[in-house]
Design a protein around this ligand. Structure first.
Ligand SMILES: Cc1cc2nc3c(=O)[nH]c(=O)nc-3n(C[C@H](O)[C@H](O)[C@H](O)COP(=O)(O)OP(=O)(O)OC[C@H]3O[C@@H](n4cnc5c(N)ncnc54)[C@H](O)[C@@H]3O)c2cc1C
Length: 271
């Protein structure tokens, strides 16, 4: 669906990272965690392409609007990296955006009551909050967040408020354990040997490490990928990644936007 949305708030969550709350049509509330939206960052021809963002949160609220009506809201969490996100960061309450979504395939939530392990690297944390909100209704959830430095560790308090047990690792040791988040996560796996499912989103080297841990420990694992994409609907083929080869070595390609962004790690070729 395509809709016009009003910015409710757009605040800096950490230096270089923003959290934007937007009005959304009621129909968006059927979106699944892991799906994404394509945002036209400005009402002009330039920049031409919409930018993809994961759904950080989705809910309804009465308080923000003052007229007593319940309004659906959508939140995105984004890092300022280039022209489009610089433009987004200048928006204020009352500005409008054109949005397309929900798009893509979301996370499968796995067996209820089984422990769920979430792994987020930097702004890859974005789709995991809405996922955690759903998972905590039926399962214990642990979140492992990694970043280069403390400023890349986002929204820990929000996850803890949901009842999620949170572990932090930074490359430079300025917050949490010093080292890679995947090492912290794997130590946890070997300490607590019980059935679990993993969900991960973040930079490709982190996802590769998570996939390898999932393979070694025979744990179901879904990963959410980021790729350059123009249309978000499988038409431009700009976001193609290599899937696992067929038995006759025929390559198998997947569109991140339409077949993903969430994949079972076994569907992808990691080397
Ligand atoms: C399905 C999906 C969900 C995403 N969700 C989020 C999210 O929740 N929060 C968030 O901050 N970002 C997310 N991204 C990445 C985000 O779309 C890009 O950062 C954004 O489009 C950059 O736009 P720009 O105009 O600011 O940068 P540009 O000027 O287009 O690019 C500047 C630099 O940003 C990096 N970049 C640009 N596009 C991408 C991309 N698609 N993936 C990885 N790196 C990129 C490159 O290093 C590039 O050189 C997501 C991407 C995908 C495909």
């Amino acid at each position: 669906m395509q809709f016009k949305s009003m910015v409710i708030s757009n605040t800096e969550a950490s230096p270089g990272y923003y959290r934007m709350r937007l009005t959304a049509p009621h129909g968006l509330s059927t979106s699944r965690p892991g799906q994404f939206v394509m945002v036209k960052v400005r009402d002009a021809i330039d920049p031409l392409l919409r930018r993809p963002f994961g759904i950080f949160d989705l809910g309804s609220s009465v308080a923000e609007f003052g007229d007593g009506s319940e309004q659906t809201y959508l939140e995105i969490l984004y890092r300022v990296v280039g022209r489009g996100t610089v433009m987004l960061a200048t928006l204020h309450h009352g500005d409008h955006l054109d949005i397309l979504g929900p798009l893509g395939k979301g996370f499968e939530q796995g067996t209820p009551t089984e422990e769920k392990i979430l792994v987020g690297g930097g702004v890859g944390l974005a789709p995991l909050y809405y996922l955690a909100k759903e998972l905590v209704k039926e399962s214990p959830v642990r979140l492992f967040i990694g970043g280069r430095t403390r400023e890349d560790i986002l929204c820990v308090t929000e996850f803890e408020r949901l009842g999620v047990e949170t572990y932090v690792a930074t490359d430079d040791g300025t917050l949490g354990v010093s080292g890679l988040v995947t090492e912290v996560m794997e130590r946890h796996l070997t300490e607590k040997n019980q059935a679990k499912t993993m969900f991960a989103c973040g930079p490709m080297p982190m996802l590769k490490a998570v996939a390898e841990i999932a393979r070694r420990n025979a744990i179901p694992c879904q990963v959410s990928l980021e790729a350059y994409m123009a249309c978000g609907m499988g038409a431009c083929l700009g976001c193609v990644v290599k899937g696992r080869e067929h038995e006759d070595y025929r390559p198998d390609y997947r569109c991140v936007c339409k077949d993903g962004p969430v994949f079972d790690f076994r569907e992808l070729q990691w080397i």
